[in-house]
Design a protein around this ligand. Sequence first.
Ligand code: ATP
Length: 514
Amino acid sequence: MSSSDDVLKSLVSHAKEYGFVFPSSEIYDGLSATYDYGPYGVDLKNNIKAYWWKAMVQIHTNLVGLDSAIFMHPTTWKASGHVDAFNDPLIDNKDSKKRYRADVLIEEYLEKIRLKIEKEVEKAAQRFGDSFDRDMYLKTNARVLGYAEEMDQVRGKMKAALEAADLESLRQLIVDLGIVCPLSGSKNWTEVRQFNLMFATELGSVSGEASTIYLRPETAQGSYVNFLNVQKSARMKIPFGIAQIGKAFRNEIIARQFIFRMREFEQMEMQFFVRPGTEMEWFEYWKNFRIKWHSVLGLGSQNYRFHDHIKLAHYANAATDIEFNFPMGFKELEGIHSRTDFDLKAHETFSGRKQQYFDPELQESYIPYVVETAIGLDRMFLAVMSASYTEEKLEDGSERTLLALPRWLAPVKLAILPLLKKDGLPELALDIFKKLRLDYTCQYDEKDAIGKRYRRQDAIGTPYCITIDHQSLEDGMVTLRDRDSMSQERIPIQDLKGWLHQRLDMSVLLEQLT
Ligand code: ATP
């Protein structure tokens, strides 16, 4: 088993043991690609949501919120293109009977070549030492150039096949590249077929085509069909945006890798309506803002990269992904898409209602262009958990499991711990607990030895422990223990609020975005 599998496995079991994520309906052996969030998971999730909402809606005066229904009129999905084009190209391996996304198999092949280039670069860097010029090497080394050319060619062929929906060429490319099934190791592939990802259900008791409705596969369409309602009621002027957090459903074929790819998941999406012709400026603005939103959390800038789309979706004229270094490697965490006027135009055509905005400065009406930012809440949860999870060897030889969550997102912010369960220590500790819980999610714990209590808090990611000892009764000071460094300092009880505000309040984090 590869070490990335091990990391993911440890994370899955930690998430279950400590009440972050459970398999859905586990007593019936679970339902694949569906998960429940436990007591700490729900708080972590809510904190991520709050951070997104505040950074988007609260900070930007030209963004407003919406909570549209999961069910929508079925014509919505005809107009959006999802009924006809929301498909994955699937291919089966006849020996292992495993099903794959054809484009993903090719992307994985490309990633292998990219890793070969990285290896060459690493070797050269060692050989040349300080005088090594990475850019120059990438531009001149024959072997690297050969790999790069191969990548370009494969990409070009894949793009052409996907854009033309030419499934036979897509299959041929897999055969030509000699791609084997990771499970059976064989090249015995079926044809490539298209598979629609929307879940359909029936409305009411009448059966038949007219009553078929879908569980939404994205929240975006709810924002589009409400574009004029929101614009008029909130008196918005272009450019402005609509933000939504909500569930989405996709009948994913390859639903593996824990909460990375689920069939029921949650999205945080924002649709930004702009004057046609200005969309690339806003695309850049949102690209920059979104990466900043990620980077101030401190999960490590080396864990992020942009990946521009090879194949643009039917609605887009520019698109990039923010990829994160998950335990399974770099994968899409967030998408930023310039969706043109595709959706509003389609809704105007299908509904027969004008979807135009009167621009008072230009004195003309037009269908706005849209720049979208779309991030999966569950994927963000996984990114945060996987970057934070470590098994540490301490100086004294012991080990601890540490969840070094960004402080502002931690489900429990403070643990209030009387050193002993007597001598008036619990009373003082409870007094502090009752005050601090008005501002922060706190835990009061008086069971077990103090070391054991610290470990428990480390494992759920509590940034600070406040310990009350005998001296506290005399000098009115408590010990503050830092989760990551394990360092301790004494602080007067009356200074606690100010000290904690600087370190835990989301407003301090949000300030870095402005
Ligand atoms: P992918 O290529 O991984 O299937 P996508 O490009 O189809 O994703 P979008 O339609 O752009 O995804 O959706 C926006 C975001 O929603 C994604 O960046 C991802 O974080 C999240 N997301 C999409 N599908 C899933 C899923 N099945 N499970 C969890 N999150 C998802």
